[in-house]
Design a protein around this ligand. Structure first.
Ligand SMILES: NC(=O)c1ccc[n+]([C@@H]2O[C@H](COP(=O)([O-])OP(=O)(O)OC[C@H]3O[C@@H](n4cnc5c(N)ncnc54)[C@H](O)[C@@H]3O)[C@@H](O)[C@H]2O)c1
Length: 320
């Protein structure tokens, strides 16, 4: 990806539209990187609550040495703005995070395109929807792009940039620079595809996990263990391609000669898991034996603290 330098303008204000789980997290990402952030939500109570939520996350990040500035300095860069037009004034980037329906995305992108400065990039956090499904009719459709984060983006840096067929290539380059400069790890898709890259890889893994469970091969707990005590330990430092490159003395080709046939045969006999209600309910019930529904928020907070420790560790041991 050809890169431009992120200018002072690009460190300019960023608007976050939708202050739910992902919008709040994006506010932390951009404020931590030095951008003034305008956080907007149509629900005033959500907007109001986001302040205390972000403050608590910043204190945790500071405790793991994951902030370059004092938590209060970062917090002061974030302004809650109830009016959309005010939130979008003079911004360089709008990060949209409203609910995941085509109708909601069309509605908010139509208003964002009318109100944001013409030079601003309009990016959607959508997890599954290609930008062409909600930007086609817009006068400013060339500046629209998907920038799909992983929850929470202030701890998990991947952002998937997926341009629509009409997205201006310069917008993709500029978005890449802005997210990189903000400490994220952008990847660029060459064309649109449902679910982008991460959710497709996750869907393939989930497909196999559910099928192994349905076939009675192991408990949900043990199948989770295959990832957390097995595969995922390597995967937090290197991807599956780099993993197999190191798993045979002469690299990927050697791995393919040794194990390609077994891999092919394993997958060749597979059919898709049907996500049927009874099958999902069996895994749900098993999970509830380990974690009551009321405890999910506390467990998510525990997960984020473990991710903070991992992020802090990875900071000390860069990939290359
Ligand atoms: N939750 C995740 O793990 C995750 C991960 C990656 C991407 N995403 C994507 O991010 C987006 C938001 O997801 P979320 O989990 O934060 O949802 P959420 O329900 O927590 O938040 C959505 C927020 O948008 C606000 N909103 C709705 N319509 C609005 C409008 N027209 N104007 C202003 N505010 C509006 C709502 O009041 C709500 O606060 C979705 O597209 C989702 O697919 C979610």
């Amino acid at each position: 990806m050809r890169s431009t330098t992120v200018s002072a303008t690009e460190r300019g204000p960023v608007a976050i539209v939708g202050a739910g789980l992902i919008g709040r997290a994006w506010a932390i990402v951009f404020a931590r990187a030095g951008h003034p952030v305008r956080l907007h939500d149509m629900d005033l109570q959500t907007l109001h609550n986001s302040h205390a939520y972000i403050e608590a996350r910043l204190d945790e990040l500071a405790a793991f040495d994951l902030l370059n500035d004092a938590p209060l300095t970062v917090l002061e860069r974030i302004t809650c703005v109830p009016d959309l037009a005010d939130a979008l004034r003079d911004v360089v980037l709008v990060q949209e995070n409203v609910r995941e329906t085509v109708e909601a995305k069309i509605d908010i992108f139509t208003r964002m395109d009318a109100l944001a400065p013409k030079s601003a990039i309009l990016a959607s956090s959508t997890s599954w929807l290609p930008a062409s499904q909600f930007t086609e009719g817009l006068p400013g459709r060339g500046r629209c792009i998907v920038a799909h984060p992983t929850n929470p983006p202030y701890l998990i840096p991947l952002v998937e940039l997926c341009p629509a067929p009409w997205t201006d290539p310069e917008v993709t380059v500029r978005a890449h620079d802005i997210y990189s400069a903000a400490g994220q790890s952008p990847v660029v898709l060459s064309r649109e595809i449902h679910g982008f890259l991460l959710n497709r890889v996750q869907a393939a893994v989930l497909n196999e996990c559910f099928k192994l469970h349905e076939d009675g091969l192991a408990s949900a707990e043990d199948i989770d263990r295959v990832l957390k005590d097995g595969l995922a330990l390597r995967w937090s430092f290197m991807g599956p391609f780099e993993t197999i490159d190191l798993n045979a003395p002469a690299g990927v080709s050697d791995y393919a000669k040794r194990y390609g046939q077994q891999n092919r045969e394993t997958i060749g006999s597979e059919t898709a898991f049907d996500w049927s209600e009874p099958a999902v309910a069996r895994v749900h019930a098993e999970r509830r034996q380990h974690l009551e529904l009321e405890a999910i928020a506390a467990r998510s907070a525990w997960r984020d603290r473990r991710l903070m420790a991992l992020a802090a560790h990875k900071r000390q041991a860069p990939n290359a």
